[in-house]
Structures are given as C-alpha cells and as structure tokens.
Design a protein around this ligand. Structure first.
Ligand code: AQP
Length: 329
C-alpha cells in the first residue's frame, strides 16, 4: 500500500481554508493509502507560542482531526515532537541542503520583510518538513498550494541525497486539491485565509458558531456587479465564495455559476453560509464530544508507538549510509 504523510501546525484553530485545502483530502485519501497525519508542533514553535496555549491548541487539532473524520483505524495520528527522529533526520538533511535553496522559499522571503527577528528554525523549517516526509517513505503529501514549494524542495533534497549516498530515500509528490488549494481571506480576498491572523474576521474557524459564520460570510468583501461569476482577477471575493461553495457541495465551478445565475449576492452569500453551517455542525458536535475524552490520548499513544519504530529503523539506515556512528559487524 502506498504511503502518504501530512501535518498541520497548532498555531491556532483550524480554518475552513485548512479544512478545504488539506483535511478534506485527508479524509478521502486515508481510505486508499497507508496514511500518517501529525500535529506539527515543532513547526509551530518556529514562531514564539505561549507554552500552555500551544498544548491546548495541539490537543484541539487532534480533536478536530477526529471530528472531521480522520479514522485512527485507517490512519496513524501522532504528535511530531513526540518522535525525536524527525529532528534527528532533519539535521542530516540540512547538511544536504544549500543556503540558496532556503533563501528562495517564498514563505521565508515574505516573512523576512515583515519580521526582522525571524528564528533560524523558521528559516530551516522546510528541511524539517522534508524529514517529516521521507522518514516514513511517503510517496504522497496532500497539501494546500502554499506548501507545494516545500514539497518541491524535499524532492530536490531527496535527489541530492540519493545521488550522494545511494538510493535510500523515496521521492515524494504533492497532492493538491483541484478546487480550493488556496482559500482566501473573506476581508482581503487576495490573501490566504490563515488561522493566526489576529481577530480572524476574514477567516472562518471550524469552531465558529452559526451566528459568527453567517456574520463573516454576509460581510465578505465582494464587488458591485451582483453577478455570481468566477473571475479571480476581477472578482476575487465572489470567486473565493464560489470556490468554498463548490468544494463543500462537491459541485464544479460551472455548476455553481449555473445554480446562482439569476441570484443576487445576498441570496448567494446566504446559500454559502447555509452550506458552511451544514458542514461544520456535525464536526462541532463530534469535537465537543471528543475534546475532553480519553480518546485523544489513546489515539496519540497508539500513533506514536507505531511511528517511532518505523522512524528509528529509517534513521539507522540513513545514518549507516552517511557514515555516522560505529561500524557494527
Ligand atoms: N487558506 C488555505 N487554503 C488552502 N489550504 C490551506 N492550508 C492552510 N491554509 C489554507 C493548508 O492546510 C495545511 C496546514 O497548514 P498549516 O496550518 O500547517 O500551515 P499554514 O499553511 O501556514 O496555515 P495557516 O493557517 O496560514 O497558519 P499560520 O497562520 O500559523 O501560518 C497545509 O497543507 C496548508 O497548505
């Protein structure tokens, strides 16, 4: 069975963007692949996190994974920081990565302008992501559009490593959803919807209640055409809402345009809000059932036990190939 791996940073509550761009894919893919889904808490601390809040957010992501439909009988769910081999392998891979490659990463370039105190960890996190992937011999990595460049870097590292040390690493490939690979902020529809964005006025959080969802959708920035038509360049706001509706209803963009051909923006926004509420309601019911149950620890205990064995074996093989440690007969 082919393997896939993916993770989400616990830097805030999950947004509808990460649901559509990542988690929705996970749920489908776990049926076909040997799947590994983790909470990327090591990635989260590349920017300062309040320790108590980080733990709470980490737990919330696991509860949301389960509430969204990740099934521990089908997929392995674990915390990245509980498996020390990710960081161990990251060091080895970082010695096979060039500064120029990291300098080219778009996220780094964007953040460097905004934050003069970026951590070294933020700079090198794409290498840790490469380790997260190759440590399980994953062939596929389901991600939103913003992470594709990092998977490409992982591919470059794998190619270089394999050339230097023999074919030890599996070449990964990203899986990006056809619709919704980059859900935009409702208030700034040219910007990605993000979870750690201040007041989250333009982000729908998976735990937002119905009233808040309706308020955020109804006040989403659109244009004055009053025509439900997909045109990202000239109508980014309405195109974003069409994408959200399309993904959540499993309809094509064309089918959405046809459904709302003679409707005004008020009617369309109401339908989008109805659809989001319909999708979020069962997720929220399950979330509140799981968040204080023993299930979270049970799932994580089971997951970490499995992945540590796999990761240790892989690291031993890699260390041997690189020439680390003592020769054992
Ligand atoms: N708006 C989005 N549209 C589509 N996909 C998205 N993803 C995140 N936001 C969107 C995808 O979800 C996965 C998890 O991402 P992450 O939380 O680990 O990192 P991120 O992309 O940096 O997410 P945020 O919400 O923007 O976090 P902060 O604000 O902390 O930086 C990834 O596959 C991502 O592509």
């Amino acid at each position: 069975m082919k393997k896939l791996v993916s993770g989400i940073k616990p830097t805030g509550e999950l947004t509808l963007g990460s649901y559509i761009g990542a988690v929705k894919q996970y749920i489908e893919l776990q049926k076909e692949y040997d799947s590994y889904f983790f909470v990327a808490d090591l990635h989260a601390i590349t920017k300062y996190q309040d320790p108590k809040e980080l733990r709470e957010k980490t737990k919330k992501i696991v509860a949301l994974y389960l509430a969204c439909g990740l099934d521990p009988k089908q997929a392995t769910i674990y915390l990245q920081s509980e498996n020390p081999y990710h960081s161990h392998l990251s060091w080895i891979l970082s010695c096979n990565t060039y500064l120029g490659e990291l300098n080219r990463m778009t996220q780094y370039k964007d953040q460097k302008i905004k934050d003069s105190n970026l951590s070294v960890g933020f700079y090198t996190y794409p290498v840790l992501m490469a380790a997260d992937i190759v440590i399980y011999d994953a062939e596929y990595v389901p991600v939103g559009e913003d992470q594709v460049q990092h998977v490409e870097l992982a591919r470059d590292i794998v190619q270089r490593f394999n050339k230097r040390y023999g074919n030890k690493l599996i070449m990964p490939e990203s899986i990006v959803p056809k619709i919704g690979a980059r859900i935009k902020d409702l208030q700034e529809p040219t910007k990605k919807m993000s979870k750690s964005d201040g007041e989250c006025k333009g982000s729908i959080l998976l735990l937002d209640d119905e009233k808040i969802v309706r308020k955020k959708v109804m006040s989403a920035i659109t244009d004055s055409d009053n025509l439900v038509k997909y045109d990202v360049k000239n109508k980014p706001g309405i195109s974003n809402l069409i994408t959200i509706y399309s993904s959540l209803s499993n309809l094509s963009i064309k089918e959405v345009e046809t459904e709302f051909i003679d409707k005004n923006y008020g009617e369309f926004k109401t339908a989008v809000a109805d659809k989001i509420v319909e999708v979020l309601k069962p997720i929220q019911d399950k979330y509140y059932e799981y968040i204080n149950s023993d299930m979270i620890d049970e799932v994580l205990d089971q997951g970490i036990k499995k992945v540590t064995v796999i990761a240790q074996k892989k690291c031993e093989l890699i260390a041997k190939a690189v020439g680390l440690g003592r020769q054992k007969c």
